[in-house]
Ligand binder design. Sequence first.
Ligand SMILES: Nc1ncnc2c1ncn2[C@@H]1O[C@H](COP(=O)(O)OP(=O)(O)OP(=O)(O)O)[C@@H](O)[C@H]1O
Length: 254
Amino acid sequence: MVILEANKITKVYGEASGEGATTALRGVSLSMNKGDFIAIMGPSGSGKTTLLNVLSGIDRPTSGEVMLAGHFISEMSGDDLALYRRRQLGFVFQEFNLLDSLTVKENIMLPMVLEHKSAGAMEEKVQKLARLFDIEDILHKYPYHISGGQQQRTAVSRALVNEPSILFADEPTGNLDSKSAAAIMECFEKIVRDLSTTILLVTHDVFAASYCQKVVFIKDGLIHSHIVKKGTRKEFLNQIMDNLAVLGGRTHDF
Ligand SMILES: Nc1ncnc2c1ncn2[C@@H]1O[C@H](COP(=O)(O)OP(=O)(O)OP(=O)(O)O)[C@@H](O)[C@H]1O
């Protein structure tokens, strides 16, 4: 089942004919099926975040179409799109973006509260996600009393609470130590395997990308190449490094 279909996406920031115009995407096409787990990698400034923002309706393409779960989001009005994003899409960012005045449990429930779900349904959902992400013991705590890894696992639970068609993650391990990063990526693997969640993530982190099924490399606003995991995660990690070396740029650009 096709979840995401992007066709010849371009994105120009500023007046297209003006002096300050920047062409961030030059005709990107991408397709994802239910249960796909894909990372986008590329040098700094290659257009990764722009692509994620356009595919998820945070930003609009200059030209091209984006279809998400059967809807052409590039044609939706602002209000419809905002509602669609809230109901159908999940987001995780480098900054955990939790509300400090709410407990872990209340943070996770928030998207369900906005949808006026019943108390029983919310409780059941929170318990299920808390078990899955090993945060059952901290549900009553506030974000500033838990670790970065626990905050990100809370943020992922919140992103999944309304059962989104797809989860978009921009540098989800960017603020985490390697152990917490591994925990998050293992959570992603688990939800892809057990719940058939569809995940698209942007990352500089080769280790994080090695958990994905496929890595798409972009350079100068165009898809340069892609690789699909066939062997072990370690083998895939080495393959990703080789591809990044071919892509060019300094190692710390990735
Ligand atoms: N709001 C904006 N206005 C103008 N130009 C922008 C804007 N956002 C991004 N750009 C430009 O578009 C290009 C692609 O940027 P983008 O942030 O998508 O790259 P990236 O691959 O995510 O980079 P990084 O890895 O450094 O986060 C860059 O040249 C950037 O300077």
